[in-house]
Design a protein around this ligand. Structure first.
Ligand SMILES: NC(=O)c1ccc[n+]([C@@H]2O[C@H](COP(=O)([O-])OP(=O)(O)OC[C@H]3O[C@@H](n4cnc5c(N)ncnc54)[C@H](OP(=O)(O)O)[C@@H]3O)[C@@H](O)[C@H]2O)c1
Length: 378
């Protein structure tokens, strides 16, 4: 049996490192053929040596130059190098684990190359929507645990029988908090997620519930379900990863360990399933599972994301870009936690949404929103 050739973009991040854990467990099934990151030279070179990978790239040109000097051979440099890596077709599957709208071009290039796209970078779909799915929806396999769950619930089901997607949310570290409490949230508190250990951007997005809003837009594009038929439900135990309700009222739920290596591995093994070294769910000891309504007034980011999704066109790109700038400002202590929705809302209000007919159009909206949002931070 030939091995699955995998390229990992964002290999030094939380998802990238967990993907390499999976690859290390299955060397007879997975061959890592390319690795890319932004500026983590040492981590990337270590990974390349460990997995015997020649083809590496760094989006930061200075970091790439340092890596080239250390290796004594050329190293892909700049964002275009990551795009070329995705495009060149040496991989059967590209895992896009980049963070933010920076992942859009790589998703597009992967699908253009004919490879399969294991998509962790949800921002690609938020910003690029139909532009990305139009290049090969059937070759995209989601990595986000909720979307992997929904994908699995939908297998073998007729598309017109789907009545509703129930998208679960842990509620983040500030579930039940008042607006006054959110005003005082520190960076340290926001980075301490109760269920998942993730990169800083998605951790803050989880705390504001922007992450859940981005996931609603992602689900809309991946599964072709209207916004009216996607319902967010807070489920603090994070045991049910999401659910699909069908026309006859039957509901399929996906449960499993709270560990991102499971959906990552599934993206590699699909349509097969491989063993995983994690304790299975034991229904005798699982305890109570709670489900509750989110609070869209306190967690404005969720509301704003749904508005942007429903508006469509360039608005989701504007939402995403403003959020990236606001989150970076919060992490740099140049903005308060509750400035994040305020900045996003003001940028959205100032935007006249246009059609998103090509990448240049969404990238122009993205650049405009970044400038507007930056002007609203300290
Ligand atoms: N972490 C999770 O559990 C989780 C779960 C579901 C979905 N996701 C999604 O997966 C994606 C990655 O999340 P993460 O938590 O793994 O992020 P992360 O830990 O911050 O890692 C991001 C990776 O992307 C690279 N990178 C960052 N900015 C880049 C740029 N401008 N150009 C090229 N490379 C860049 C980083 O390289 P350097 O190390 O060199 O900076 C790193 O390898 C996000 O879209 C997130 O929403 C994550």
């Amino acid at each position: 049996m030939s091995r699955l050739r995998v390229a990992i973009l964002g290999s030094t991040g939380s998802i990238g490192r967990q993907a390499l854990d999976v690859a290390a467990r299955y060397p007879e099934r997975i061959e890592i053929v390319a690795l890319a990151a932004h500026s983590s030279v040492t981590a990337l070179l270590d990974q390349a040596a460990r997995f015997g990978v020649q083809n590496i790239a760094l989006a930061d040109p200075d970091a790439a130059e340092n890596a080239r000097r250390e290796l004594g051979r050329p190293v892909g440099a700049g964002a275009e190098a990551l795009e070329r890596m995705a495009e060149e077709g040496s991989a059967d599957l590209v895992l896009n684990a980049l963070v933010g709208a920076a992942g859009l071009r790589a998703s597009e290039a992967t699908l253009r190359s004919g490879a399969r796209l294991a998509l962790a970078n949800k921002e690609s779909l938020v910003v690029g929507g139909e532009l990305v799915t139009g290049l090969g929806l059937d070759r995209i396999i989601p990595v986000d645990s909720e979307h992997s769950a929904i994908y699995q619930c939908l297998l073998g089901e007729p598309a017109d029988a789907v009545a509703r997607i129930w998208l679960t949310a842990s509620g983040g570290p500030f579930r039940g908090a008042t607006p006054a409490r959110l005003h005082t949230v520190t960076v340290e508190e926001a980075l301490a997620h109760p269920r998942w250990t993730m990169g800083p951007k998605i951790t803050i997005d989880s705390a504001t519930l922007m992450n859940k809003g981005l996931e609603v837009i992602e689900a809309h594009h991946l599964f072709g379900v209207s916004y009216d038929d996607i319902t967010v439900v807070v489920h603090p135990q994070s045991c049910v990863h999401s659910m699909v309700e069908f026309a006859d009222g039957s509901v399929k739920a996906h449960l499993g360990a709270t560990d991102m290596r499971i959906p990552i591995q599934y993206a590699f093994s699909h349509p097969d399933r491989w063993d995983a070294p994690l304790p299975p769910v034991d229904f005798r000891t699982i305890g109570a599972l709670d489900f509750e309504e989110p609070d869209p007034e306190t967690f404005r980011c969720l509301t704003l994301a749904l508005e942007a999704g429903r508006t469509g066109g360039t608005m989701p790109a504007v939402l995403n870009a403003a959020n990236e700038i606001a989150v970076a400002a919060f992490l740099d202590r140049r903005a308060a936690f509750d400035d994040i929705p305020r900045i996003v809302e003001r940028v959205m209000e100032a935007h006249t949404p246009g059609a998103a007919l090509d990448l240049e159009m969404v990238e122009a909206a993205d650049a405009w929103a970044r400038t507007r949002a930056a002007a609203l931070t300290r």
